[in-house]
Design a protein around this ligand. Sequence first.
Ligand SMILES: Cc1cc2nc3c(=O)[nH]c(=O)nc-3n(C[C@H](O)[C@H](O)[C@H](O)COP(=O)(O)OP(=O)(O)OC[C@H]3O[C@@H](n4cnc5c(N)ncnc54)[C@H](O)[C@@H]3O)c2cc1C
Ligand code: SF4
Length: 339
Amino acid sequence: MRPFIYTRANSPSFAVQTFPSGSAGPDVESPGQYLAGGTNLIDLMKIDVLRPQHVIDINALASSPLGIISTNAQELRLGALVHMADAADHPEINRAVPVIAQSLRLAASQQLRNMASLGGNVLQRTRCPYYRDVSYSQCNKRRPGSGCAALDGFNRMHAVLGTSDQCIATYPGDFAQALIALDAQVELQGANGTRAISVGALHRRPGDRPDLETTLAPGEMITAFVIKPAPWMRRSLYLKIRDRGSYEFALASAAVAMDLEDGRVREARIALGGVATVPWRAQAAEALLRDQLFSEANAQAAADAAFAGARTREHNAFKVELGKRTLKRALTEVAAMEA
Ligand SMILES: Cc1cc2nc3c(=O)[nH]c(=O)nc-3n(C[C@H](O)[C@H](O)[C@H](O)COP(=O)(O)OP(=O)(O)OC[C@H]3O[C@@H](n4cnc5c(N)ncnc54)[C@H](O)[C@@H]3O)c2cc1C
Ligand code: SF4
């Protein structure tokens, strides 16, 4: 690990003011990184993928609103420093928004969930093995302009949606899909003040700049995720398919939420994981279900629509059929739920 400056922030404003100028958000070349649980950051620093000169520890802010879950009739508010385990086990979240609790409970291991934060989870880096192994010189995400070893390498875990000729890395997390399915907002604090954006606008597709992973401004910190009540929140679930039953990233996953009345879909919300370069909202699939009687045929049509634009490589073509089956099963299960 390389030497770095360590600063412990005692307020959000101190944290954002301390962030080194010239940094490009949390991206790979950024000279600054916030430290939350450290389960992704420290890992990547140890293997020399992230090389910050300045690490700003924000854990002391857990005693501020950043560390709090609050629920009321107007909103569910999740502070960025809330531990994954605490949100996964929260009784009201399990009752009112099961997709959130399930997406967190099915992620990582209990030990990691005890340590890791919600903000860090959403900003975790890809598990592409070529990104994580600096002995490979070709990785546009880690070394812009160097090429992509995965295109013709072993790409079984890689994405089929949202890819570019520069990068096919899969977004690895689970929680962001649940947030996107619920139209959640993410609140941000930067040196110039605060703002809120949709979680769906947080991650960037790789395009020709795979190294730029988010739309965060330099030094911007996530402070909270906010979900407004909606009629589809209660009838929601997260289905995750992986190589083994626990402690594994998704091969394909679906966060689904549905407002259903007398068998007719008033609204459907779908976000896919394990198959795309970013947490993937499947709006074409949602549109096919809306205002229709729910049926197996409609669920299949929605699943087909969700993967209509898929681009496969040598080892990952199976993800198209797996992703469709995952989504169809998730929709069928959510339609059968008691609301
Ligand atoms: C073996 C293993 C298996 C895993 N399996 C899964 C899985 O199945 N599903 C899943 O979703 N995850 C999985 N993970 C990833 C794990 O959930 C993440 O490492 C964790 O959520 C990151 O949170 P953290 O608080 O530790 O973040 P950190 O490591 O502290 O930070 C990660 C990044 O986010 C930035 N950051 C953190 N907080 C903020 C903030 N508030 N504002 C701005 N930037 C911030 C940091 O600067 C850094 O760039 C796994 C991890 C491991 C090691
Ligand atoms: S898929 Fe993306 S992260 Fe993986 S080697 Fe290619 S450029 Fe790097």
